[in-house]
Design a protein around this ligand. Structure first.
Ligand code: AMP
Length: 398
């Protein structure tokens, strides 16, 4: 049996998942959060045979290294046994790989320095990812650690797609360009769709809509990302839970001059206080749709803005690709929201996109087609699994 441990580390938390890779099944997963406080929390879920069984504990956790010890104790006390399933490698999600990293990479001291150096482009994420790598290396010193970058899949973007029409000298000096994110998910679901349809990935043009709390669209041609909606940072593109997505950059000049907002305030406003939440006061798409359906005008307006932007990207990527074989919905909203899928694709018959209402409304956790048999474009819902993709990529390089 070949086990891989996958780590997704934030500044005060980390998520983990132990996967058995011969059958690609999850053995256990968990979350350690509020690290650095006396009220830190561990949730350890040892889900065997699809049955979830949880162990939870609140305790003081000093730092990430301590957090990993707490995780190891949970494995030892509650299983599954890491002696029976020793990880052959640890795979780490890293947010920003800049233009330097385009594939999964075994961690070396030089790689670690490069990830730290890219903190300039992802100041909230990369330092936290490095903390996780350091702590995990102490907990698992004898196996290779591999980094899988959120940006890597988009390194195939052509220059016309990744270049902003910004002064070239400034852009080059400060590494300003489109990088794109959610790459692990876009890669995974576009490959799963090809497998599901028994089609050659190399022959497919796909539009992938990853709609979670963060959201991004990607045009995938022959398995390669050729255009994507997130940019230098995950702020650009679609309307998200709390992020604006696309906005005239001059809005920040205006708010700086008129409202005396500084960079930190603008960052917080655009990233944390806008999007669906900023428009409606609601963060969760389930609540938004429920309120919109119940006649709440603010909620309806927010959902309309969300769908309008989504449609704009679908049309734009259709034009960039010239021909589209599949449109894929994934992540929390994409996999679950009947309304968002219906509204986003309504009225696109002329483009060969016809959603079958009964198929769209059917509940399932499996990959499925929701377009009608006459639809020229096959519309799919494909559940994403970033941990499995990280584990696959980790195994591919060790
Ligand atoms: P993620 O970031 O992929 O976990 O997705 C989180 C988003 O998925 C939140 O906005 C949730 O409201 C949304 N979501 C989860 N379940 C549903 C559902 N049944 N219907 C609509 N949205 C959902």
């Amino acid at each position: 049996m070949t086990a891989v441990l996958v780590i997704n580390s934030g500044s005060s938390s980390f998520k983990y998942q132990l996967l058995e890779m011969d059958s690609e099944t999850m053995l256990a997963h968990g979350l350690v959060e509020r690290i650095g406080t006396p009220e830190a929390h561990l949730v350890h879920d040892m889900s065997e045979n699809g049955e979830s069984e949880k162990f939870e504990k609140t305790l003081e956790i000093r730092d990430h290294t301590h957090g990993f010890q707490v995780m190891l104790d949970a494995f030892a006390e509650h299983g599954p046994s890491l002696e029976q399933h020793p990880p052959v490698a640890v795979g780490h999600r890293v947010v920003h790989g800049g233009a330097r990293f385009f594939e999964p990479t075994v961690v070396t001291p030089l790689v670690r320095i490069n990830i730290e150096d890219l903190s300039e482009l992802a100041p909230l994420h990369n330092p936290a990812n490095v903390q996780g790598i350091d702590a995990a290396q102490k907990a698992f010193p004898d196996v290779p650690h591999v980094v899988v970058f959120d940006t890597a899949f988009h390194q195939t973007l052509p220059p016309a797609a990744y270049t902003y029409a910004l002064n070239a000298e400034v852009a080059q000096k400060y590494r300003v360009r489109k990088y794109g994110f959610h790459g692990t998910s876009h890669k995974y679901v576009s490959e799963e769709a090809a497998k599901f349809l028994s089609r050659d990935l190399g022959s497919l043009n796909q539009i992938v809509l990853h709609l979670g709390n963060g959201a991004s669209a990607t045009a995938v041609a022959g398995g390669k990302s050729v255009e994507t909606s997130m940019g230098l940072t995950p702020l650009e593109g679609l309307v998200m839970g709390t992020r604006t997505g696309d906005i005239d950059p001059a809005v920040s000049f205006h708010l700086h001059r008129r409202a005396d907002m500084d960079v930190a305030e603008l960052d917080e406003l655009f990233n944390k206080k806008s999007g669906i939440y900023g428009l409606s006061g609601l963060r969760d798409m389930r609540d938004l749709t429920e309120q919109a359906n119940a006649g709440n005008a603010k909620a309806r307006a927010a959902q309309d803005v969300y769908v309008h932007r989504l449609k704009q990207y679908i049309g734009g990527y259709y034009a960039q690709l010239g021909h589209v074989d599949t449109i894929i919905f994934t992540a929390g909203i994409g996999e679950n929201s009947v309304e968002i899928r219906r509204e986003a694709l309504a009225g696109l018959d002329e483009l060969g996109i016809v959603v079958d209402d009964a198929r769209n409304e059917a509940r399932s956790r499996e990959t499925r087609v929701i377009s009608s048999d006459e639809s020229r474009v096959t519309v799919l819902v494909v559940p994403t699994n970033e941990e499995l993709e990280i584990a696959r990529q980790t195994l591919s390089v060790i």
